[in-house]
Design a protein around this ligand. Structure first.
Ligand SMILES: CC(C)(COP(=O)(O)OP(=O)(O)OC[C@H]1O[C@@H](n2cnc3c(N)ncnc32)[C@H](O)[C@@H]1OP(=O)(O)O)[C@@H](O)C(=O)NCCC(=O)NCCS
Length: 316
């Protein structure tokens, strides 16, 4: 897939280029919202530490395209957790949109994921962004359920009582890997768990029941946007054997992140799990944001087996 004249890529995204990628991200999404009628929204630069995590997580799936002057024209962060593949964030610099570059960065990501055996290939976009939905549909993506970001103020949460991965790395990782494989065969979040600890962005709350691991949640307490206070923690992955475990796990995460000075917890809930969604509503969570999940035809998501709940973020 050769890029349009004068453009070069994909080349691996690197840490020294984070500032330039960050700028294209902020400009492209701000322009997107402006065109969707949200004229007052300025999408902030993201915390560089979060970009480092995303680039290392994507590894050689972190792709950049340069223009003739060597500036960043487009990027796509392509991630794979075992057989689960997803892309994001991705953007084309506003002055280079409409030339076919968007189609190239998405097709390149699809080929990269297919070569590596991804069984699911997906992404998230805002439901109100009709042009994006049209753009992805032409590339073979089909709309699925919503990811509803739910938040709750957690002041007054009880003292942390559960186990944490940072305190028991080896056996914790083995347990998380086994539980994920049991509920979502082929999916593996080990890299995200390890990178979170290595980069000191957050931790993993572990919940044991009857002598075995029944659930875990990977969360970040590092701020998402640059220069913001550390007051909101976000759950990136959540795996629970059943709904009761899910409820207990959410409470355990609240206690753990409150201990990290967070005042609010955000959970990206996939509405393919309506009972878990209901449990969050009952627990006082408020709807904060919505994204539409789209998957490539023939590469749809699989629901967790049995009574399991598996939430996986497809955005950083
Ligand atoms: C989304 C984005 C990556 C697309 O990049 P781009 O370089 O403009 O895309 P392309 O030029 O390759 O293709 C645009 C295609 O979408 C099509 N399209 C646009 N609106 C459409 C609609 N409402 N229905 C159907 N198709 C539509 C265009 O017709 C064009 O297809 P064509 O080339 O076959 O005519 C770019 O707009 C962007 O970076 N947006 C801001 C950030 C963002 O939203 N990122 C994605 C978040 S999920």
């Amino acid at each position: 897939m050769p890029p349009p004249d004068g453009l070069r890529g994909p080349v691996p995204a690197t840490v020294p280029e984070i500032d330039r990628i960050n700028r294209v991200f902020s400009d492209a999404f701000t322009d997107r919202y402006l065109r969707d009628g949200m004229s007052g929204v300025r999408v902030p630069l993201l915390n560089p530490a979060i970009w480092r995590f995303a680039i290392e997580d994507a590894s050689d799936g972190a792709m950049v395209w340069h223009d003739a002057a060597g500036a960043v024209a487009a990027f796509n962060m392509v991630h794979r957790s075992g057989v689960e593949g997803w892309m994001g964030p991705l953007a084309v610099r506003p002055d280079r949109q409409g030339e076919g570059l968007g189609a190239i960065i998405v097709r390149t990501a699809i080929a990269w994921l297919e070569e590596r055996g991804a069984r699911t290939i997906g992404l998230e976009t805002m439901p109100r962004t009709i042009d994006n939905i049209g753009f992805y549909s032409r590339l073979g993506f089909r709309p699925g359920h919503l990811t509803v970001s739910m938040t709750r103020e957690i002041e007054g949460a009880p003292a942390p009582s559960g186990e944490r991965l940072s305190r028991d790395r080896e056996s914790g990782l083995r347990g998380c890997h086994a539980l994920t494989a049991e509920l979502s065969p082929g999916v593996d979040f080990t890299r995200e768990l390890l990178l979170t600890l290595e980069h000191r962005l957050g931790d993993v709350t572990l919940l044991a029941k009857d002598g075995g691991l029944a659930g875990y949640a990977l969360w970040h307490s590092a701020p998402l946007a640059e220069g913001r206070p550390r007051d909101e923690a976000r759950v990136l992955k959540l795996v629970a054997r059943d709904l009761e475990t899910f409820r207990c796990l959410v409470r355990a995460v609240e206690a753990d992140v409150a201990g990290q000075r967070a005042r609010r917890l955000a959970i990206r809930c996939q509405t393919a799990y309506p009972k878990a969604f209901g449990a969050l509503v009952e627990a006082g969570y408020r709807v904060h944001w919505t994204d539409l999940r789209m998957t490539l035809e023939g590469k749809a998501e699989r629901h967790a087996l049995g009574e399991g709940v598996v939430f996986s973020n497809w955005e950083i």
